[in-house]
Design a protein around this ligand. Structure first.
Ligand code: TYM
Length: 333
């Protein structure tokens, strides 16, 4: 059976190891399976829910596309485009905002975190952000959505919106999208094992970027927060050691060995020895991707063509969905 895949990434800065291990690595695996039809979107309309510098936004859009391709997504096989290039997303978001209930949006934890104490000052867009995300997914009849753990609640909302639309209009019009997740859906900050690795953390030592040099990676792993004990002997002794647990998760994700096996390999050893091996495998992973990103960034003509071709394909798929929605809702004369 053909799986229809949709996912998006915000162009709000360099992508980090959390984005890669939690989402983009899955995009690549899904892209490589010929049973799938994949659509990957640079969600610039989501990015502007908080104020962006226009020049930086433009270059971040290109860098996000470059990171997709450098990581292994083939633009000949998968559709890659930016959200603002396809007007159906904005229209779909409006229509679905008339289906979604405010009570559902009030429960979204990401809005509460991002809006902070002064909710009155948050943009309306930040509040209705998950409805735009539902439009992204539903316009392409996506059945599977690869995301990290932090997007799970938004995906559940997309399912609720799809279900209510189907109930209101008496049809199985939208498929209910399923999350695609691996074991690395929550990569934590290198400075605090209880906080998610994030583009917005004020410390650049909290995250490894997919554009980091080998020296950057070496320094960041060396400086990453740990404790003064030796490496644990088993999973149980990881209790209360969130930073070591996170580094073990990263090691396991990058080396593709189970966490159990990685724990066994380093049991009782010095943390410095583990960090040194972790640095080596991270460099092996990131060096080729980062050098490819740099090459692609210099080829703006190519990146723009990928976005243009992708937008044309995305427009023709999403226009059909919008037209069917118009018909169902009585919007067409
Ligand atoms: P964004 O841009 O914040 O993140 C992109 C992807 O990276 C994942 N991710 C992580 N995974 C593991 N550990 C982390 N520390 C980590 N940080 C980020 C995210 O879960 C995400 O999968 N709302 C979305 C973008 C979006 C979207 C969509 C996704 C818009 N429309 C439709 C799926 C389908 C977002 O802000 O992702």
């Amino acid at each position: 059976m053909i799986k229809k895949i949709f996912s998006g990434v915000q162009p709000t800065g360099n992508l980090h190891l959390g984005n890669y291990l939690g989402a983009i690595k899955n995009f690549v695996d899904l892209n490589n399976d010929s049973n799938n039809e994949c659509v990957f979107c640079v969600v610039d309309l989501h990015a502007i829910t908080v104020k962006q510098n226009p020049r930086e936004l433009k270059s971040n859009i290109q860098e996000t596309v470059a990171t997709f391709i450098a990581s292994g997504i083939d633009p000949k096989r998968s559709i890659i485009f930016n959200q603002s290039g396809v007007p159906a997303h904005a229209e779909g978001a409006w229509i679905l905002s008339c289906v979604a209930r405010t009570g559902w949006l009030n429960r979204m934890t990401q809005f509460k975190e991002k809006a902070g104490k002064d909710k009155e000052k948050a943009s309306v867009g930040l509040y209705s952000y998950p409805v735009l995300m539902a439009a992204d997914i539903l316009l392409y009849d996506a059945t599977h959505v690869p995301v990290g753990d932090d997007q799970k609640q938004h995906l559940e909302l997309s399912r609720d919106i799809a279900h209510k639309f189907n109930t209101d209009y008496g049809l199985d019009f939208f498929p209910l999208p399923e999350p695609v997740m691996n074991n690395n859906t929550r990569i934590m900050s290198l400075r605090d094992g209880n906080k998610k690795m994030s583009k917005s953390d004020s410390s650049s030592y909290s995250r490894i970027l997919m554009t980091d040099s080998n020296d950057d990676i070496r320094t960041k792993i060396k400086k990453s927060k740990t404790d003064s004990m030796k490496m644990p002997n088993d999973e149980l002794s990881l209790d209360g050691r969130p930073e070591i647990s996170n580094l073990l998760n990263i090691f396991s994700a990058v080396s593709k060995e189970s966490k159990e096996l990685v724990i066994k390999k380093f049991a009782g050893k010095e943390i410095s020895e583990f960090k040194s091996d972790l640095t080596d495998i991270l460099i092996d992973l990131i060096e080729p991707i980062s050098s490819e990103i740099k090459k692609l960034i210099d080829d703006k003509g190519f990146l723009n063509k990928v976005l243009q071709d992708g937008a044309n394909k995305a427009k023709s798929i999403s226009a059909v969905t919008i037209s069917e929605i118009h018909d169902l809702m009585g919007l067409k004369s």
